[in-house]
Every structure is written in C-alpha cells, then in structure tokens.
Design a protein around this ligand. Structure first.
Ligand code: SF4
Ligand code: SF4
Length: 238
C-alpha cells in the first residue's frame, strides 16, 4: 500500500540505508504473531508470487483458492494475502503462531516494521514506530533484517516495479473503460498469472518488463511524466 505524505506521523523521522543500524531486533518474534493478523494492505508484488509459486510448486490460481485474493489498489489489480475470517490471521500462519513460509515470505513481511520511502528515483528505509508491538527492540543492520540475497538486483527490481505502478496509477484515469480493463488485466497476466520458471527471478522480470514497455506504448503513457513527489510504502494494520 502506498501513501503520499510526510514521515512524521508514522516514523522516527530518519531515513536508513542497507548498512545502517535500526531498532527492529525482536528475538525472531518469539511468542508473537501480532503483525500476521488483520493486515489489510499485505499486497504482493511479482517477486512474492515468484517465491510462492516456485517455492511451493503450485500455480498462481491455486493460491487464489485459499491464501491470496485479488483487489484493486492504487488503480492496479493486485494480489494480497487473505486474512481468515474471525481471527483475521494470514493463511500461512501455523498453529504454533509461526510463519510456515518463512524462507519465501513476501517482501512486506521481510520489511516489517520497516517501510520504504521513495524519493529521487530510489528509496530509503523508514522505521514505523507504531506498528511492532514488542518493546525493548535492539539494533540490527537493515540488510540483516530484510534478508535479500541479491540486494542490488532486488533494489533495481523494487524501483522498476514501483515506477511502473506509479505510471499506471497516473494513466488509468485518462483511459476509457475497455482500454483500462485490457491494460490492467494484461499487467496482471504478464507479471502474476504467467508461470515463472524456478531459478533467476530478476532476469525473468526484465524480460517481462520489455514486453510490458512495448504493450503500454499502445496506451500512450510509456512516457508519462510523473510529478516530482515522494511516496511512502508501508504495511498498515487495521
Ligand atoms: S509485531 Fe513485532 S515482534 Fe510481533 S511478530 Fe510482528 S515484528 Fe515480530
Ligand atoms: S506470510 Fe508469514 S510473515 Fe507474512 S503475514 Fe503471513 S504468516 Fe506472517
């Protein structure tokens, strides 16, 4: 979920890089699963779907039966984690209150309680101060916390995907109903529904971006100028 606004109300006001120390350490969340309940904005990006489908050996449509659902967010059709009715727990939370897909958990789960602050074509990390319920958190390096194996490729992917989403968001209000539907369904198919091969995600994403860039020129927004602005991306509880 993206928000446009200021940092003051949700963060400690600092911007962090991958090598910075930030107060997120919580002893592996032992005894707590608060942030796996009631999250309305646990939106999944193409890397999350790659990890789920290749990691668990199941097609995208299979997950729609139980663990994920499609919503419209920021003008795009995107999958999000489904929260079970009643207890509002993520479908991947096991009986012991632990994440059953920890090694392939989504990017937003890797970040939490960090968020991203996009500015000048890149992003910094922010620390959300009102989200993690654990007190006495200790400092850890940001890179150690998010556990991305290929951090530079991951950063490029995050920025490229964010840029595409912003361009779509800016363009959609200008399109007619039929064009809008065709474009949004096309993006959903290309980046989420079309199966990924196990192995290198980032190469496959680049291939799909090349196809997307050709396709979106049809809609005359390939060169849409975005207003100079900053943008917050955070996970919000209820
Ligand atoms: S609220 Fe904090 S301690 Fe609890 S599961 Fe989430 S990150 Fe871990
Ligand atoms: S995927 Fe794992 S870490 Fe993320 S909300 Fe679900 S149970 Fe929690």
């Amino acid at each position: 979920m993206r928000r446009v606004g200021t940092l003051e109300e949700i963060s400690d006001g600092q911007l962090y890089g991958p090598g910075d120390l930030v107060r997120v350490g919580c002893r592996d969340c032992e005894g707590c699963s608060a942030c796996c309940h009631g999250m309305e904005a646990l939106i999944l990006d193409p890397l999350d779907i790659f990890r789920l489908t290749t990691g668990l050996g199941r097609p995208f449509e299979d997950f729609l039966e139980k663990e994920i659902e499609l919503i419209i967010a920021d003008q795009m059709i995107v999958p999000k984690m489904r929260m079970a009715e009643g207890e509002q727990a993520c479908a991947f939370l096991n009986k012991e209150g632990r994440c059953s897909i920890h090694g392939i958990r989504p990017g937003i789960c890797r970040l939490f309680p960090l968020g991203r602050y996009y500015h000048d074509g890149d992003f910094s990390y922010i620390l959300q101060v009102n989200e993690c319920v654990r007190k006495n958190r200790y400092k850890m390096k940001v890179s150690q916390w998010v556990e991305e194996e290929e951090p530079e490729k991951n950063r490029n992917f995050i920025n490229t995907w964010h840029d595409l989403c912003k361009r779509v968001e800016a363009a959609v209000p200008e399109l007619g109903d039929a064009e809008r539907k065709q474009m949004l369904v096309g993006i959903l198919k290309l980046f989420y529904q079309q199966p990924y091969r196990p192995g290198d995600f980032y190469g496959q994403f680049e291939e799909r971006m090349r196809i997307a860039e050709k396709e979106i020129k049809k809609y005359h927004f390939g060169t849409t100028e975005l207003p100079a602005s900053s943008c917050l991306e955070v996970t919000c509880g209820k």
